[in-house]
Design a protein around this ligand. Sequence first.
Ligand SMILES: Cc1ncc(COP(=O)(O)O)c(C=O)c1O
Length: 415
Amino acid sequence: MKEKTCQEKICQEITCEEITYKDRPLPYARASITQAERDAVLKVLSEPNPTLTQGERLVEFERSVAQSVGAAHAVACANATAALHLALVAADVKKDDHVITQSVSFCATANAVRHCNAVPVFADIDEGTLGLSPCSAREAAEWVRNAEQPVKAIVPVLMGGGADACNAAALFRLKRKLNCLLIEDAAHALGGYYEPEQQQPIGCGRYADVSVFSFHPIKPITSAEGGVAVTNSERLAERMRCLRNHGREKRGYEHDEMIELGFNYRLSELHAALGVAQMKRLQPLREKRRALAEHYDALFDRSPLIDCLRPLQRGLRRHSAHHLYIVALDWQAFGMSRRSCMLALQRRGIQTQVHYIPIHHHPYYRRRGVCEKPVSLANSERYAEQTLSLPLFAAMRKSDVERVVATLEGLRQVP
Ligand SMILES: Cc1ncc(COP(=O)(O)O)c(C=O)c1O
């Protein structure tokens, strides 16, 4: 019999790993781990003299991520929050500097700015992509300029793993004009593209100076915890590597010298080994999620919910990393609040999430001087009220998608 190709084996592993959630709680996300990946981690521990940190798996993991996105350098860290922080420090973001970003994100995006004692300036999102609106970012930059402050960086978020080449190009022009760095929070977006036809993977460096991916358990692929910053700048990569390891640099054979105040943001070999093994399934897992997202779209297109539920980011289906499947609901027309709907779904064994409440709504960010909101955030506020993320992960089946849609249809209260 013909030997199975590597890709066929990978696809078979994914299929074997699928379990039915018919009579079980359906989480909104779940990591997909195969036996080969478990073995890769155990192998590190089974070596006679195991190197548990800063070894060859780290180098392999970085090489694999850099190659997959077409970047010259990759710097792996303990998590993506650490990687974002390193990128901002490497970009010389300091106390009271201003960084333009979006409020619709996980708090880590703005926290990385605050860890530099700098000020996040929130601009609005683009409704189609849920990323930073170039128009609103320009307005925010104008406000910062009038306040006679420099903008040190722009940090767009590739929400749910989707990016848009036109918006990325517009933000690139803005960063050129402001003479600052563009650091992409691509925590959701490994495996996605700005433009598939032109072979522009997210992280290739065409638009951003640095892109940061997360390998948290529910991200496109995982290293349990982990984050990777990719860049084409040798200077930024070297500075991030040095800062990741306490600010130390090799000085000859004998010793390292600490040349600036850095951090311990290193990633262990166990995490790196899992990351290397998962990288082999990056595109098959993404394809699986894409097929599930398209199944949701097709079902919602012919659903009676069409007047109150709208799948978001549909224009990005072909090229997103498909980390999330996000819908916007008109809760009044649906006949119940989001909270009641999430509880009712939970009681029926379906977990959902809100990605995200805007960062400026968190109590910490409501404090004076912690952030700036100089422009209208109308899209962000509307999105935050309507949004709901439905279950999406590679081990789901199409029947699970059908169950989610049917359950939502059953919950709708018709007056
Ligand atoms: C948009 C975004 N940025 C940054 C992070 C931080 O990632 P990590 O958990 O790897 O630090 C997350 C994690 O959920 C995220 O969703």
